[in-house]
Design a protein around this ligand. Sequence first.
Ligand SMILES: [Zn+2]
Length: 117
Amino acid sequence: MEFTKTKKPGIERHRKMEETEKGYKARLWKELCREWRIVTLIELGNKCCKCGFDDVRALQIDHIHGGGTKETSSMSTVAFYKKVIKEKGVNYQLLCANCNWIKRCENNETKGYLSKH
Ligand SMILES: [Zn+2]
């Protein structure tokens, strides 16, 4: 990375530099979260624990006992992944999108989501 070009003075230039740095940090954070997701998926077996589906694009971290959204929304993404790895097999498992929705339907966790359609 080369930052020497951005040393010219001027408000406009400074503003652009700030934006770039902000964007850079956001990108790093996104990258970090993406890596944590990969690590977490591998820790959880990297495939659906119900049917064995292993395309990571459709794999979802599932709270075994349901209703984990309230606690997870209050913590950072990385903290969430750390918690998942620590409690894998106890509180968290890996499900593909299909099995996840089937499980939600069976447990009535959809809250009218699907019944409307
Ligand atoms: Zn599945």
